[in-house]
Design a protein around this ligand. Sequence first.
Ligand SMILES: [Cu+2]
Length: 238
Amino acid sequence: MGAGQLVSLLAINMSPLNDGGPVDDKMLVVYGGIFWASLALGIFTAGMLLIAFFRFRRKHDDDDPEQTHGNSRLEIAWTLIPFAILFSLFILTASNMGFINNQNTAANAITVGVEGQQYQWLYHYPNGATSVTKMYVPAGVPIDLNITSKDVNHSFYIPNLGGQMNAIPGQTNHLWFTASKAGTYWGQCTELCGWGHHNMLIEVIALPYSQYNGCVGSAQNSVVRDTSSACQPAGGSA
Ligand SMILES: [Cu+2]
């Protein structure tokens, strides 16, 4: 990788907070809910501790603190309130898991096979076309991924678009995403798979539908020509 390429990669916002599609939207809802609930509870708990430290500290060496034995209302409250908080976080997670994990069954969904290999990613399209490193998808269309590996364990992750999934030899794992806008979305193998692990970049190029047809559709049972004009992303990075 040249210095120029490195600089342009650093300028890309690969954070999951920069969401590029509905799967990442849902994941942000779940993580956001858990993050803000944790922050509020952390501040509340630390505040109560600090109040207790300073207000109820022992003031003279010979004073024993006032002894109390149980307070039913307090005990019921500190059981029910944490239960309600944990239960609502559970519901928040459980109600969104299906959308994130289940195969997208939309009629227009496209299935792409993803194959990890030391040290690159191969993509297999429904018409027999294949591509390496660059995955071409139509923008706004659900993409179902069947993820596997030819050799060792790898892990497929495009933070802007959705979740992370292991690529395991002899097993097919599933993930889906929709890239809402045309553009380029970056990812990287996230499981140390050997000396060339750092080379396993993922470049999802989301094209307008007609352009996708020209790019992948014209490469039936052959390798997609990355240099053809139909395969060039319109804008820069997402
Ligand atoms: Cu790897």
